[in-house]
Design a protein around this ligand. Structure first.
Ligand code: NAD
Ligand code: ZN
Length: 355
């Protein structure tokens, strides 16, 4: 019943559904019969809402709960150091397990703590955001450096992912939009019929039903898994997952992180990449229909007015996916068929002005 993620370094299950955290104890007993203790790493927001439920579910184990600041403030050297101090003071050892309980920030931090504590101990992802359908699978874990986001990290796969849909209703709307953008991305780069399904079935993010949620998150995870299993360390096709992200990252950085969520910026990046795909890669696609749907879901679909285009281009050139002077874009030949396309600064500026 779970989805299986297969990578060169590890194969692991992803359980999705309402109440799946109740299956955690039996999984842990089976996978780690000699477990000593368990470190629950979570943030303040998730702790306030759900930590007692989680502690209840994990009652059979010796649990230590480490609570970090919410959001991107969790992914700092300071907090990372505090987590290691917590682990040492609470006598975690090589038979301990880390449970990363939260959104992508907690998952990235918790995974990096697990990857590095005593040269690596097992960890389990328990994502609580829609966005984390993306981040909890694939094994990229990281913290930020003052000179760049996600600049310090590892490839380190979890032992399992337990995605309990009961945590999702409390997400603020802008966080739902952020995560849903990555669901759309997964459809666009890999699965035209899934994209059509989304377009037809999802007309609001306010009250997503359990069946729709379960379907979209399972599909998203299967698609992410397909890319990751062929290219764990991003030496090739995993780069297609950056669709919409070249411009999206630049917008996020230029706006100042936190002004727009990640996914809201990626939506603008995808719209731009789709326009470019029509011109340069022969894509036929109804951009207007897509835009209208996005607006109905509450997304901003225009480039923020305050942004200066040559600064955006500079950001895109600094992006680690660009080679030499040219920026590399993921475009679509068709929905579901991504290609890499190199574009010069001049052309990029021209296209941005037309956009
Ligand atoms: P997040 O973890 O910062 O969560 C967003 C906000 O929602 C936080 O304030 C959090 O406290 C709150 N929250 C979490 N769960 C909640 C719930 N159930 N109810 C109410 N509030 C809740 O961010 P995110 O959007 O989940 O993930 C973004 C992070 O993921 C970024 O740091 C990004 O770099 C990383 N990321 C990693 C990968 C990867 O492959 N490792 C991929 C994409 C993104
Ligand atoms: Zn993303």
């Amino acid at each position: 019943e779970p989805i299986t993620i297969q990578t060169a370094s590890k194969t692991y299950p992803v359980f999705i559904g309402s109440g799946v955290i109740n299956q955690l104890p039996s999984f842990i007993h089976e996978a780690f019969p000699t477990i000593t203790n368990l470190m629950i790493l979570t943030d303040e927001t998730v702790a306030n809402l759900y930590l007692s439920d989680m502690q209840e579910a994990l009652n059979p184990f010796d649990c230590k709960s480490c609570i970090v600041p919410s959001g991107e403030r969790a992914k700092t050297f300071d907090v990372y150091h505090q987590c290691l101090t917590f682990a040492l003071e609470n006598r975690l050892d090589r038979k301990s397990v880390v449970l990363a309980f939260g959104g992508g920030a907690v998952g990235d931090l918790g995974g990096f703590v697990a990857a590095t504590f005593m040269r690596g101990i097992p960890f389990i992802q328990v994502p609580t955001t829609i966005l984390a359908h993306d981040s909890a699978v694939g094994g990229k874990v990281a913290i930020n450096h003052s000179l760049g986001k996600n600049m310090v990290g590892a490839f380190y796969q979890p032992e399992a992912v337990f995605y309990d849909l009961d945590f999702l209703p409390s997400l603020p709307m802008h966080e739902k939009r952020s995560g849903f953008a990555e669901v759309i991305k997964h459809g666009l780069i890999h699965d035209p019929s899934f994209y059509s399904w989304l377009l037809e079935h999802i007309d609001s993010l306010e009250s997503l039903g359990a069946d729709d949620l379960s379907h979209m998150l399972s599909k998203g995870i299967e698609i992410k898994g397909a890319f990751v299993s062929k290219d764990e360390r991003e030496e090739g096709i995993r780069a297609f997952l950056n669709f919409g992200h070249t411009l999206g990252h630049a917008i996020e950085a230029e706006m100042g992180y936190g002004k727009w969520t990640h996914g809201e910026a990626v939506v603008i990046g995808m719209l731009f990449a789709l326009e470019l795909s029509r011109k340069k890669a022969g894509l036929t696609f109804d951009c207007e229909q897509f835009k209208n749907w996005l607006m109905k879901l509450g997304y901003e679909t225009n480039m923020p007015k305050e942004l200066v285009y040559n600064k955006l281009v500079e950001r895109m050139k600094q992006d680690k996916k660009s080679v030499g002077q040219k920026v590399k874009f993921v475009l679509l030949k068709e929905i579901g068929s991504p290609v890499l396309y190199e574009i010069s600064d001049e052309e990029l500026m021209t296209e941005l002005y037309k956009f």
